[in-house]
Design a protein around this ligand. Structure first.
Ligand code: MG
Length: 159
């Protein structure tokens, strides 16, 4: 069996007048993440982890922020496309693990739904989808509420 791991990281700025999407879930908040797509920082980090594991470049390579086709794009669709790219190389997802860094709002109440939404996109069960949230103790740009960051790790395999 060919087993590989990947690592992804992403950051988006928090601004007024935008919806907040994290792991495919719309969360009520006074601010939202700025980006060309829906700016789902967690799914972007996950896409990069998966692409990295398969040595398939990165999310910007496939979905450039200069392409009008991806303006306002639902990142769940981008993630599904990434899973297809991996499948084209014979890879399936084993498990993923995501950490969201945000000072506010509270992310934990949304994690069960996030796992339910992300798992089928990956072809796994929610038991294979780890999602965690942390503050950065008011330190740095996430701590000041200027933006959010996300990290993701994954395992992919082919027989
Ligand atoms: Mg991004």
């Amino acid at each position: 069996m060919n087993i590989r791991t990947g690592l992804g990281y992403d950051v988006h700025r928090l601004v007024e007048g935008r919806e907040l999407w994290l792991c495919g879930v719309k969360i009520e908040h006074t601010l939202g993440l700025l980006g060309h797509s829906d700016a789902d920082v967690a799914l972007h980090a996950l896409c990069d982890a998966l692409l990295g594991a398969a040595a398939l470049r990165d999310i910007g390579y496939y979905f450039p922020d200069t392409d009008p086709a991806y303006k306002g794009a639902d990142s769940k669709i981008l993630l599904a496309r990434v899973v297809e790219l991996l499948a084209d190389k014979g890879f399936r997802v084993g498990n993923v693990d995501i950490t969201i860094c945000a000072e506010a709002p509270k992310i934990n109440p949304h994690i069960p739904l996030m796992r339910q939404i992300v798992a089928p996109l990956l072809g796994v069960t929610p038991d294979e989808v780890g999602i965690k949230a942390t503050t950065t103790e008011k330190l740095g740009f996430t701590g000041r509420g200027e933006g959010m960051a996300a990290m993701a790790a994954c395992l992919i395999f082919k027989d």
